[in-house]
Design a protein around this ligand. Sequence first.
Ligand SMILES: CC(C)(COP(=O)(O)OP(=O)(O)OC[C@H]1O[C@@H](n2cnc3c(N)ncnc32)[C@H](O)[C@@H]1O)[C@@H](O)C(=O)NCCC(=O)NCCS
Ligand SMILES: Nc1ncnc2c1ncn2[C@@H]1O[C@H](COP(=O)(O)OP(=O)(O)OP(=O)(O)O)[C@@H](O)[C@H]1O
Length: 204
Amino acid sequence: MILVGLTGSIGMGKSTAAKALRRLGLPVHDADAAVHRLLAPGGAAVQPVLALFPDVADPAGGIDRQQLGARVFGDPAALHRLEAILHPRVRAAKRCFLAAQARRRQRLVVLDVPLLFETGGERECDAVLVVSAPPFLQRQRVLGRPGMHEAKFRSILAKQMPDREKRQRAQYVVPTGLGQRYSLDKLKAAIRAIKAKPRERRRR
Ligand SMILES: CC(C)(COP(=O)(O)OP(=O)(O)OC[C@H]1O[C@@H](n2cnc3c(N)ncnc32)[C@H](O)[C@@H]1O)[C@@H](O)C(=O)NCCC(=O)NCCS
Ligand SMILES: Nc1ncnc2c1ncn2[C@@H]1O[C@H](COP(=O)(O)OP(=O)(O)OP(=O)(O)O)[C@@H](O)[C@H]1O
């Protein structure tokens, strides 16, 4: 089975690209969605997170992610403790997804992982796609989101590998600042090329 990693910095267009790939019929595992499930009411990480951060419960019985973000994005040690709870569980969810796809004999699957390079996840991928847009667009997109502000944006950016480095490490770069149509064509071309030469690990 061919494993394709999809990544990119905050606001670069990962979720949009993941949606487009699903529309093309490809199975996509979304690490962010796995985190959301873990922190939702009844989620496996709710109790361990509350043991560390007792004041981030939401009324429905899950975790208030905005409050949790406010606790961890300015505090590296706290973020590290949170990652130690979540990352092993996200990996387990991914293994489960891959086993199900292997049983269905899927030829190619996509792993949508915001921190793919930061966590060494690219090593298990046959190819990596990075979504990228110019910094001014990234900034405009992110600062337009509810609950986002300059300091939070900077603090998140500082914890991610710079876009330039991601582009250098990836086999395929999908620009998302030149219109949806252009991005979709690039995505399709990348998938075609990967299917044609699955084991090629270019620029590595
Ligand atoms: C702190 C949390 C609850 C905030 O949730 P919220 O829904 O408000 O924000 P969201 O998840 O969309 O994150 C906003 C941006 O921060 C980035 N980000 C999230 N976690 C991290 C991290 N550990 N390091 C660097 N950037 C991160 C995301 O990629 C995104 O671009 C959540 O981000 C979280 O649980 N993070 C730790 C788990 C993690 O590492 N997730 C990344 C994918 S596995
Ligand atoms: N290919 C594209 N062309 C034009 N606009 C795009 C494209 N991709 C994404 N956008 C716009 O950019 C914004 C951010 O996109 P998206 O939510 O997909 O980013 P993301 O990388 O998933 O963000 P995060 O890392 O914060 O979760 C959205 O408003 C989206 O409409």
